[in-house]
Design a binder for this molecule. Structure first.
Ligand code: NAD
Ligand code: ZN
Length: 268
């Protein structure tokens, strides 16, 4: 149910919905990290305009040539030196307030946790650990990131090459993220599904809602009776599901929602 009311009115309405909510769940896509300098995939300036997803983000592409993935990873998270932005911090605040019960994210950048969110379901995994597919050696992301930045070293690489396993010299070093062609982690999906079914308010932030099965969640929330909110810079592929859709930057809108919520709770 979209209408012509301005953003200020919509932000007030979202704040009021939060005050009434007993259990809110937020679902985030790459748009929430755009203001941290992490490029999105699909939006207007998305990375898919520059890279071929089959080559750089599918499991078959990775096994054929991991260097293509690592070149892409450099651009995605390393060049940007990303830090959480006000949108990530606003969600961490809402969790502390007790109204936000979980963040379900499609992102792999770990910025929610770095902003202070505790209950985060990462549907597509994260960069926290990297495994050698040949010998099973496990690395922390920081170790890999360090060599990618240096461009050389024992586990190192030059600008166009990915890291090499210290233990067996294989190049098959794969972060624990979900590539195209791989299944989503079933334990995380089960928890995200349950949180979605139980919530009474479901807020989507920065997602085109075009990547399945993650994009099934808004429908699941709606079919279980949740009120529905979308915060995105442009219309998503599922705008018809939402009670309120506000178009603008998450880093500007979410902090306003949180201050509206606090004002209303105090009865000001
Ligand atoms: P997407 O790239 O398909 O869509 C991003 C959406 O965010 C677009 O609709 C765009 O309009 C919106 N957006 C852009 N800037 C915004 C802002 N400042 N505030 C609010 N909205 C904004 O992203 P997706 O739907 O999340 O799906 C792409 C897949 O790519 C996901 O599965 C995700 O795992 C992955 N991905 C992750 C990261 C990351 O970890 N940060 C980055 C890129 C892609
Ligand atoms: Zn190895």
């Amino acid at each position: 149910m979209l209408n012509k009311e301005g953003n200020t009115g919509k932000i007030e309405r979202i704040a009021r919905m939060l005050v009434k909510s007993r259990n809110t769940v937020v679902f985030t896509g790459s748009g929430i990290s755009a203001e941290s300098g992490v490029p999105t995939f699909r939006g207007r300036d998305g990375l898919w305009k520059k890279y071929n997803p089959e080559k750089v983000a599918s499991i078959s592409g990775f096994k054929k040539n991991p260097d293509d993935f690592w070149e892409f990873a450099r651009e995605l998270v390393i060049k940007s030196e990303a830090e959480p932005n006000p949108a990530h911090y606003a969600l961490a605040e809402l969790e502390k307030e007790g109204v936000l019960k979980a963040v379900i994210t499609q992102n792999i950048d770990m910025l929610h946790q770095r902003a202070g969110s505790r209950k985060v379901y990462e549907l597509h995994g994260s960069l926290e650990y990297v495994d050698c597919l040949e010998c099973g050696e496990k690395y922390r992301w920081e170790e890999i990131e360090e060599c990618l930045r240096l461009g050389e070293g024992q586990t190192g690489s030059n600008q166009s090459e990915g890291p090499v396993c210290d233990n067996c010299s294989s190049k098959m070093l794969k972060p624990r993220i979900v590539f195209f062609g791989e299944l989503l982690p079933s334990d995380v999906v089960a928890k995200a599904d349950q949180a979605t079914r139980e919530c009474d308010l479901f807020i989507v932030v920065g997602s085109s809602l075009g990547v399945y099965p993650a994009a099934d969640l808004p429908w699941l929330a709606k079919s279980h009776g949740a009120r529905m909110v979308l915060i995105n810079t442009e219309p998503s592929e599922q705008d018809h599901l939402f009670d309120v859709a506000v178009y603008g930057k998450a880093g500007e809108i979410l902090p306003e929602v949180v201050s509206g919520y606090r004002r209303m709770k105090k009865g000001i």
